[in-house]
Design a protein around this ligand. Structure first.
Ligand code: NI
Length: 180
């Protein structure tokens, strides 16, 4: 079974920017399959390659009954924002309000290297932003406002999956995603 272990917060791979995909071969298609199957099994609405320990710019999503993937995403975000609860498979059980752009246009490639554009609003837009952040080593706690982040960090420290959580350094580049 190609179901992979999902890396949890504290694993350095989640803070490591992923590399652009340049080779669209069988291995890449296997990675997309592994991501999809691992995401559906979890179950989750999105999964990025670093979350299964692979440093490549690929993510999958499962939103509104649509299963898809995107390679090398570049995002164009709306000025209009949304707020709402967000979670992450690398932070089991942790859900807090996280502001995001309301709409996004994401351009990249499919698993065969062909051009692919995704347009989404609401949950799909949130998912695309969250997963693309993963490819830059940015986590949803970095996107929360101060109060929500404080609550989230407390929940993370108290979570049963954390064990010994290393000192958390919150990413300083809070708006980095907008430059993608
Ligand atoms: Ni996540």
């Amino acid at each position: 079974m190609p179901i992979k272990d999902i890396r949890l917060f504290g694993d350095p791979v989640l803070r490591t920017p992923a590399d652009e995909v340049t080779v669209f071969d069988k291995e890449l298609r296997q990675l997309v399959t592994d991501l999809q199957e691992t995401m559906l099994e979890a179950p989750g609405a999105g999964l990025a390659a670093p979350q299964i320990g692979v440093g490549l710019r690929v993510f999958t999503y499962w939103v509104d009954d649509v299963l898809g993937h995107l390679v090398n995403p570049r995002l164009d975000l709306s000025d209009e924002v949304q707020d709402g609860e967000e979670g992450c498979l690398s932070f089991p059980g942790v859900y807090y309000d996280t502001p995001r752009a309301l709409r996004v246009v994401a351009k990249g490639q499919d698993q065969y290297g062909g051009p692919l554009t995704l347009e989404g609003s609401d949950l799909l837009a949130r998912c695309i932003q969250h997963e693309t952040d993963h490819l830059d080593g940015i986590l949803f706690i970095d996107r929360m406002d101060r109060d929500q982040r404080k609550l989230a960090m407390k929940a993370i420290r108290e979570a049963d999956w954390t064990g010994a959580v290393p000192q958390v350094k919150v990413s300083p580049h809070a708006t980095f995603g907008k430059a993608l």
